[in-house]
Design a protein around this ligand. Structure first.
Ligand code: 13P
Length: 258
């Protein structure tokens, strides 16, 4: 089976409206100039800007897909500072759900992550669910137990048709923003396990894109993306400038062309 990739940038709490516009315009020019992109349609490029930039990117996003960094599970009401699926309509196609910073800094629980996935799907967004173990859990030998608990709780009550519309990102918490990347073998091992868990939930488990995230950079992208069960990357720091982000995209062009 030929590989397909999703290369996604999570900008977190970075970039003003003007900076977001500049980035997307420059990125689109680079994509347009690149013969590899024109030759294959197997690399999807995606960025998650802050909410304040979403409207400004409407109409200029070109080949770059736009996602929201969060979504609330209710459509409206007294939920100060939350963002409704109705507000994101026509501004985003993807939504990040359960990012480790939401879980660890803002105390987001699996039960709410599950509700957010259901709401996102109801409103036709593609949920990009993030899961991953902490350093403590890895060192205690509990990586697989944690991954299984997150998959089971976050996907609770979802039909196989619903699961088939999702993307899952494995982001070991100890590798996020630390410069410590999982080795390609460590990442592959967990991805293969996630694939196995998904096999119990849907016949189309091989087609669900599984992204790796955690200190992905131009220097390590090729080795990570070459792993069998890795279908792309979710990139924080290295997605904030066009050059390194595009270098990672270029690595994926080379691998899909092999
Ligand atoms: P870094 O690439 O900065 O480690 O961040 C990863 C991440 O959290 C992407 O969602």
């Amino acid at each position: 089976m030929q590989k397909k990739f999703i290369i996604a940038g999570n900008w977190k709490m970075h970039k003003t409206v003007e900076e977001s516009i500049d980035f997307v315009k420059t990125l689109n020019n680079k994509i347009a100039e690149n013969p590899d992109y024109a030759r294959n349609n197997r690399v999807e490029i995606l960025v998650f800007p802050p909410f304040t930039s979403l409207h400004a990117l409407k109409g200029i996003s070109g080949k770059t897909q736009i996602g929201s960094q969060n979504i609330f599970y209710e459509e409206k009401g007294a939920f100060t500072a939350e963002i409704s699926p109705l507000m994101l309509k026509n501004l985003a196609t993807y939504t990040l759900i359960g990012h480790s910073e939401r879980r660890h800094i803002f105390g987001e629980a699996d039960i709410n992550i599950n509700k957010k996935i259901k709401t996102a799907l109801k409103h036709s967004f593609t949920p990009l669910l993030c899961i991953g173990e902490t350093l403590e859990e890895r060192e205690a030998g509990n990586t697989f137990t944690k991954i299984k608990a997150q998959i089971d709780q976050d996907l609770e009550g979802l039909s196989s048709e619903a699961i088939n519309k999702m993307v899952v990102a494995y982001e070991p918490v100890w590798a996020i923003g630390t410069g410590k990347t999982a080795t390609p073998e460590q990442a592959q091992e967990v991805h293969a396990y996630i694939r196995e868990l998904l096999e119990k939930k849907t016949a189309a488990f091989q087609d669900i894109p599984l992204l790796y995230g955690g200190s992905v950079k131009p220097e390590n992208a090729s080795d990570i993306l070459s792993q069998k069960d890795i279908n792309g990357a979710l990139i924080g720091g290295a997605s904030l400038q066009v050059e390194p982000f595009f270098a990672i995209i270029s690595s994926s062009f080379k691998i899909v062309d092999q």
